[in-house]
Every structure is written in C-alpha cells, then in structure tokens.
Design a protein around this ligand. Structure first.
Ligand code: ATP
Ligand code: MG
Length: 263
C-alpha cells in the first residue's frame, strides 16, 4: 500500500478536492483498492464520500483508542465503506481537536508514529491510502506525514502558497528522522491563465527546486459546484476541465509510484 498525504499549511487551496479526486480516479477508473483517511477536523472529505457523522467513529478513535494502546478498536473496525466500489474511508469530525490535545499530553513515546503503525495492519488490503490533511501542522498531520510515502502539496498561484511549499520542504526534514521515505511533489491548483500565473508556473517547475507535477489543475466552476453538492468532482462531472486535469495528474502519479501507466 502506497500512502499519499495531501497537505499545505494554507486554507482553501484545493487539498480536499485533490485528495477526493485522486482517490476517486484510483478506485473507480483504475480499479485500485483505496483507503481514504480524513485527517481534518472539518470532515470535508468525509462529507464528499457520504461518511460524515459529527458523533460518529473514525480517525480520533484510531489515534486515541487503538487495541495496541490498550483501547477498544482495531484499524479494520474503524474503516467504513463508501457508495463507491473499492473506496473505503476512515472518516473524521470535530473530536479530532481533543485527539490532538490528547496526543500532545500523552507520555507514550509513539505520539506521531501511531497512524503508521495502525495502517500496517491493513496494508495488504489496499493498493493506495489517500490522506486529506487539515491546514495546520498538528499532531494528526504529523502522524500522516510520518506514515506517508509522498506528500502532494497543492499550490494556488497568487498568494503566499509558494512560501508555504518552501516551509513544507523544511518541515519534512524533521519528519525524515521518523520516515526517510517521504518525498513531496507540488501540484498547481485552480489556475487561471494570465501572464503572471504562467510566469510563476514556469518558475515553479523549472527553477524553484521543487519537484512539480507537469499537469496543472485549471479553475473550473464545475469543481465549485461539486463541492456545494457534496459529491466527488469526478462523480459530478466526468469530463469537465478539472476532472480531465485530475485524471492526468493521477496518471503522472501512477507513472511515478508504479513506473508504469495504466490509462
Ligand atoms: N480546480 C478548481 N476550480 C475551481 N474551484 C475549485 C477548484 N479546486 C477547488 N475548488 C474550490 O475551492 C474551494 C476550496 O477547495 P478545497 O476544499 O479542496 O480546499 P482545501 O485546501 O481542502 O480547504 P481547507 O483548508 O478548508 O481544508 C472549494 O469551494 C472548492 O470547490
Ligand atoms: Mg480541506
């Protein structure tokens, strides 16, 4: 099982859109077995996959209350099916805030290793795990990065998102003490074509020193509508420009992680 986290410390830049779309294409179009993990207390990707319950079980229970820590649950018991074949989810809700406080306070030495350990139990059952992170480098997000093979860093051109990507690069150095596999790859999202964005895009790809997806996600009104409808973009519209772009990104991802392309 390859683990992909989607993270940048910026709000509203397409993290959830990216995680949800890639998971959908992997599961529904590429017929991979996919486990989605919602690592954001807002529960947005849980909403898109029909699994949001403000009182329900999910990632907070996995991190706080796993059998291995003397708790109640195994990893499998916290995985739910979604309406989409081959795509399962560990959902999340506002309780994650307490989980972050709990993990900070606990004396156990494995506060940021827990998710990696928990996922080992189900690694044989899935090809991919896609983690939608919240926008703060909290204990949960650190757990996600310690578990991940690759971090996709969405960057929306026009703000301080590039600085945030640089920041992420630095923070991954600390994470490497616990996970030396981790790599990051920048994905430009919500691109509107004008001279400035094209220049910044070229600089990012050629000169920034960041590994970037060649594919860029274009801004699309359909993408916004799919979020309002609480439906994964690719289910909402198979063929809109953002769906086409996410398909191309997923092919790049498969070439990168599997060394082959399965279009
Ligand atoms: N390619 C796109 N074109 C147009 N709108 C988009 C695109 N991608 C995402 N959006 C919209 O931008 C908004 C924010 O996207 P999303 O929720 O994925 O961001 P996020 O980084 O996960 O936000 P948060 O930090 O709150 O978790 C949503 O309304 C979404 O529909
Ligand atoms: Mg989000």
């Amino acid at each position: 099982m390859k683990i992909i986290a989607v993270m940048n410390q910026k709000g509203g830049i397409g993290k959830t859109m990216t995680a949800a779309s890639i998971a959908y294409i992997l599961g529904q179009e590429q017929e991979k077995k996919v486990l989605v993990i919602d690592a954001d207390q807002q529960g947005n990707i849980s909403m898109l996959y029909g699994a949001y319950d403000p009182e329900g079980r999910g990632l907070p229970d996995l991190l706080e209350n796993h059998e291995r820590e003397g708790g109640t649950y195994t990893t499998s018991e916290l995985i739910q099916t979604t309406p989409y074949d081959r795509i399962d989810i560990i959902p999340c809700n506002g309780y994650l805030m307490n989980t972050n406080m709990y993990l900070m306070k606990t004396e156990e030495g494995n506060q940021i290793l827990r998710l990696a350990e928990d996922l080992e139990d189900v690694a044989a059952a899935y090809d991919y795990c896609v983690i939608d992170c919240g926008l703060i480098m909290d204990m949960t997000v650190m757990n996600a990065l310690v578990a991940a093979d690759l971090v996709i860093v969405p960057v929306k051109l026009g703000g301080f998102e590039i600085e945030a990507a640089d920041n992420m690069d630095e923070q991954l150095e600390s994470i490497r003490k616990f996970n030396d596999r981790i790599r990051m790859k920048v994905l430009i999202t919500m691109r509107q074509k004008n001279k400035t964005t094209l220049q910044v895009e070229e600089w990012l790809k050629e000169n920034s020193g960041h590994d970037c997806f060649q594919t860029v996600i274009r801004r699309s009104v359909v993408a916004e509508k799919s979020t309002i409808a609480h439906v994964p973009l690719l289910k909402f519209s198979k063929g809109c420009i953002a769906s086409q772009d996410y398909r191309a990104v997923t092919y790049e991802l498969l070439r990168d992680l599997e060394g082959g392309q399965d279009e």
